[in-house]
Design a protein around this ligand. Structure first.
Ligand SMILES: Nc1ncnc2c1ncn2[C@@H]1O[C@H](COP(=O)(O)OP(=O)(O)O)[C@@H](O)[C@H]1O
Ligand SMILES: [Mg+2]
Length: 277
């Protein structure tokens, strides 16, 4: 049995995305080079309830991995564990094969190259797009220190590159507060990119976006693959189908199925979870 979770309109758009997905795959490093992230047998309990239950998952270098799953599956908790916000009761979390993430604080985890985008943008509305990126470049330096110091040529080039990646060149001198919802989300991704993270975690990037914004976000995330590893958690199935090369389906705190979108959609256990929800 094959269940089709797609609306009819999505089918015709699939081929347009194939090229973009394949290009992203081409840029991805060989998995034999060693993974970027390994979660092994991770369990997180809240008052006896297991939000994560023996979760094992890996991310390859340069990969764009999509994580889907019904509400309460543990997706956000998984992000919290990777970023050090929540400590697991059991299991191991490795960044590459050298760094034990469970031994690091949240700021240290940011420092070694793991960036996380939250749903609610945290840009400064009264600063321009350029200034927001400038601030992100400075990292933990103080606000006033940042704007008192002169940008080097390399800094400017980096900001310009991120403006181009995020498609915000025309908005560089606009106050962030004047941006549309989607543009604000892209600016926030841009701010994360200023720190050149090895791994980028993105929770529900297209929530509240128009179809055009959703499409542009898909292109942006795919364009990051190869240069960064990206983990996208998303509810929007049509969106995931557009951008995903590998999908992991989370359910009750563990991986229920893993593979291409076609593979996981044909999996009877996945069908049951989505129909039963
Ligand atoms: N701080 C917490 N205290 C108690 N229960 C929590 C906490 N955080 C998450 N949970 C529970 O853990 C489960 C997984 O939540 P979450 O990771 O947010 O799922 P998802 O992001 O997949 O919707 C849910 O049942 C949620 O209610
Ligand atoms: Mg969530």
């Amino acid at each position: 049995m094959k269940m089709d979770l797609r609306p009819a309109a999505a089918v015709s758009r699939r081929d347009a995305w194939r090229e973009k997905r394949e290009a992203a795959l081409q840029r991805q490093g060989s998995p034999l080079g060693g993974g970027v992230l390994y979660l092994q047998h991770v369990t997180v309990s809240f008052d006896g309830f297991k939000a994560l239950d023996d979760l094992t998952l890996h991310v390859d270098p340069g990969e764009l991995l999509c994580v889907i799953g019904p509400n309460g599956a543990g997706k956000t908790t998984m992000m919290d564990v990777i970023t050090g916000k929540t400590r697991p009761d059991e299991g191991t979390v490795w960044f590459g094969n050298q760094i034990n993430l469970l031994a690091l604080s949240e700021p240290e985890i940011v420092q070694i190259g793991i960036g996380r985008k939250f749903q609610k943008p945290t840009v400064f509305d009264f600063l321009t797009v350029f200034e927001n990126l400038e601030l992100a470049l400075a990292g933990d330096k103080s606000f006033w220190h940042t704007f008192a110091a002169r940008l080097t040529r390399a800094d400017r080039e980096r900001i310009d590159a991120v403006l181009e990646t995020t498609g915000l060149e025309a908005k560089r001198d606009a106050p962030a507060g004047a941006l549309a919802h989607g543009q604000k989300q892209w600016l926030e991704i841009g701010m994360l990119l200023m720190q050149e993270p090895k791994l980028l975690l993105v929770d529900e990037p297209v929530a509240g976006m128009t179809p055009q914004e959703t499409e542009r976000t898909g292109e942006l995330l795919l364009s990051l693959a190869g240069r960064h590893s990206v983990v996208v958690v998303e509810h929007d199935m049509e969106f995931v189908r557009s951008i995903a090369n590998r999908v992991a389906v989370l359910h009750e705190g563990r991986v229920l199925a893993e593979g291409s979108m076609d593979d996981v959609q044909e999996d009877p256990r996945v069908i049951e979870v989505y129909l039963g929800a």
